[in-house]
Each structure stands twice: as structure tokens, then as C-alpha cells.
Design a binder for this molecule. Structure first.
Ligand SMILES: [Zn+2]
Length: 375
């Protein structure tokens, strides 16, 4: 397979930009990757690269055994929510305790091939930890930009333990984004896990491919995903769509984007059936990992809205109190310690089952994205 078969294409101006790793160099628009999204024959040992046939090819496959996460059947949660089957895809057991490790394994592998001076991300959370660890594994410098107010958080201190440089920037998350972009202009490889780097969401297709294996080739009715910008939802949706296009499953599951009431720009656009996304004015929330106002890259949220619509899914938000109750329920009834953002799908399921949107005979997968130990 030639690397040329995977090409970033600008959604705004239509330009094809091979050899780029970020937004469109011509107009600044968000790019999507065109490529052969096939259903792979899994090969080799564990980790993301079992599915190498389905991923953009790399010369250096960096791995720490990410992916291959358990699918945990939760009978008590099924009984409490009164739906037939609740399965938790437990992404908290990845090497740095979040789903981001899938994207980072692919990202740092591409960065090694690109002969870049280092990797850079704007992040205060799971991305920062994962980028730092995988950069160390790849032997690449890693620089992380964060808003000054977020410096010193537990997750950033963890990233520093892996040797990453943390650079506080005056202002908010958008200011951190701008600082990261300046380093990109010097050739540093972007690992910010919105849709800024069009390659990274491809890694999340492996979530769907694993679910297909783990459910014996069946397909759940609903897949609930905690969403900031939403590359995990889009990646998983693309994985299911490839399986459906190949005739391996009869249909894609209905994808549910779950946000918190305090910051829900995608849900706002969903409710008004808008074609575009407006940046949110966020309030404080316990679910910081998904509290992304999308300011300055509203167009990236549109990719997630489209995947939700194409799957006949939904976008819903839940209050912080329901999120905290879901954290407790996962821990006390199923033994799963999940960070608040990662528990938001259970809160959403409870609401959707109570109002009849999710039927009693439904089979539901919740993506538990990050471990509670890091909070
Ligand atoms: Zn463009």
C-alpha cells in the first residue's frame, strides 16, 4: 500500500494536501483523510498494529500494547437501567489509562517517519499524558501547551514525569492552541486530539473492529461516546461503516454523542438541527475531559455531528450530578473506576432508557474513556 493512498483533503476549499499533518495550509480549513478504509485481517501480536492493514502505513510501529481492551458485561447496570444488555468497552486499561493511547501510537509512529524535531499538543488532560508517554517511547521531544490556570494539574505533572515540556500560556485553551500552532509552523508534529491532525481519528476505527470481534460479529443497537470535539465517535463510526460496507454487519449502530450540560456545543447544534456549530461559553464541570467549547475550530465539531446524523444517532447532554452518580454506579456495582467524562455515557443511558428512547430489549455499548485514578 502506498502512503499516497492516504491523503488529507480540505473540507473548506477542496484542496488535496498530501504530506500535511494539520489544517489546510491554503485556507486553514479542517481536513479529512481520504484513504482505503478496508476491513483488515488482524495479524501479529496485540496492540493497535494488529489492524495495520486498516491504518495509514508507517515504517516505525511504536506500541505499548494499547488497544485490545476488555468488553465488560454489566448485568447490574443493565438491571438498574432496565435495558437488555449493557457492555462497557473499558478503555481505561490502556497504557496511560485512556483511549488516547490508540491515537498516540499512530501519531508518534507517523511523527517518527516524518523526521520531525518533536511532537506538540495543546492539552491539559489525557492527551497530554498519552502524548508524553508515547513521545518518550519513540525517542521524540514532546512539548505541551496549556492555559496558565491549568498548569500544575495532576495530569500535567504526570506528563512531566515522562519528560515532556509543559508551557503555560496566558489566556484560555484557544491561546494554548495558538501557541502550539506556532511550533507546528517550525515543523513539529501536531498531536492535539481534536480533528486538527486528520490522521489521528483513524486509530479509533480499531474500537469498532474490536467490538465486532468481541461481540461475535454482531452489532450493538447503540454506542454511547463521551464527546469533546468527537474524533473517537467519528473513528468508531467509520470502523462500523467499513464493516457494513463490506457486508460483515447489517447496519451501523446508532452513535450517541454525550456531552455535559455545562459545555455542549454539539448538543446545541443537534437540537436546532444546525449545519454549523457555535462555540460554547462553558461553565465549570466535573467532566473537564469533554468540556471543549470548540472556540476557533467550530468546523471540527461538524464532522462529529455528521457521523451522529448518518448513524441515525443522537447528541445528548447530562448534568454534573448525573455524571457523578454514574461514576459511583460504575465503581460500586461493577468495579470500574472511571473518570467523570468517561462515566457520562452511563448517565445518558439512564436518561434515554427512562424516557423510552432506548428500548428495553436494546443492546448498548458504553465507551469508558479514561481512568478515575488520574482525577
Ligand atoms: Zn483549504
Amino acid at each position: 500500500m502506498s502512503p499516497r493512498e492516504w491523503t488529507p483533503v480540505c473540507r473548506a476549499c477542496g484542496a488535496r494536501n498530501p504530506g500535511t499533518w494539520s489544517r489546510c495550509p491554503g485556507c486553514g480549513g479542517v481536513q479529512v483523510l481520504e484513504g482505503p478504509r478496508t476491513v483488515p485481517t488482524p495479524s501479529g501480536a496485540g496492540g493497535l498494529w494488529r489492524f495495520r492493514d486498516a491504518l495509514p502505513p508507517v515504517r516505525h510501529e511504536i506500541t505499548m500494547g494499547e488497544g485490545g481492551t476488555p468488553l465488560v458485561r454489566c448485568e447490574r447496570l443493565a438491571a438498574r437501567t432496565e435495558v437488555a444488555q449493557v457492555l462497557v468497552k473499558n478503555e481505561t486499561v490502556n497504557p496511560t489509562l485512556s483511549f488516547k493511547d490508540r491515537a498516540m501510537a499512530l501519531g508518534v509512529s507517523l511523527a517518527r517517519d516524518a523526521d520531525t524535531p518533536g511532537v506538540v499538543a495543546a492539552s491539559t488532560g489525557n492527551t497530554a499524558v498519552s502524548a508524553a508517554a508515547y513521545a518518550a517511547r519513540a525517542g521524540l521531544p514532546c512539548r505541551l501547551y496549556c492555559a496558565a490556570g491549568a498548569a500544575g494539574s495532576a495530569k500535567l505533572r504526570t506528563a512531566q514525569a515522562y519528560g515532556a515540556g509543559v508551557e503555560p500560556v496566558d489566556g484560555d485553551f484557544s491561546s494554548a492552541h495558538a501557541a502550539a500552532a506556532e511550533l507546528e509552523a517550525e515543523g513539529w508534529f501536531p498531536l492535539t486530539t481534536t480533528f486538527r491532525n486528520p490522521y489521528l481519528a483513524e486509530a479509533h476505527r480499531t474500537v469498532a473492529l474490536e467490538l465486532f470481534e468481541q461481540t461475535g460479529g454482531s452489532v450493538p443497537d447503540w454506542v454511547l461516546v463521551p464527546v469533546g470535539a468527537g474524533p473517537l465517535l467519528v473513528g468508531a463510526y467509520e470502523g462500523f461503516r467499513a464493516l457494513a460496507d463490506a457486508g460483515r454487519i447489517p447496519r451501523v449502530p446508532r452513535m450517541v454523542a454525550v456531552q455535559v450540560d455545562a459545555c455542549a456545543p454539539l448538543v446545541d447544534a443537534w437540537r436546532t438541527n444546525a449545519a454549523t456549530v457555535t462555540a460554547a461559553n462553558p461553565r465549570p464541570t466535573v467532566a473537564g475531559a469533554i468540556a471543549d467549547p470548540l472556540r476557533g475550530y467550530e468546523d471540527e465539531g461538524v464532522l462529529t455531528l455528521e457521523a451522529v446524523r448518518e448513524s441515525n444517532g443522537l447528541a445528548v447532554s447530562v448534568p454534573d450530578e448525573a455524571v457523578l452518580a454514574a461514576v459511583d454506579d460504575l465503581a460500586r456495582h461493577e468495579g470500574l473506576l472511571v473518570e467523570p467524562a468517561g462515566a457520562a455515557p452511563l448517565a445518558a443511558l439512564a436518561a434515554l432508557a427512562a424516557d423510552g428512547t432506548v428500548a428495553p430489549d436494546a443492546r448498548v455499548v458504553l465507551l469508558a474513556t479514561g481512568h478515575g485514578a488520574k482525577e
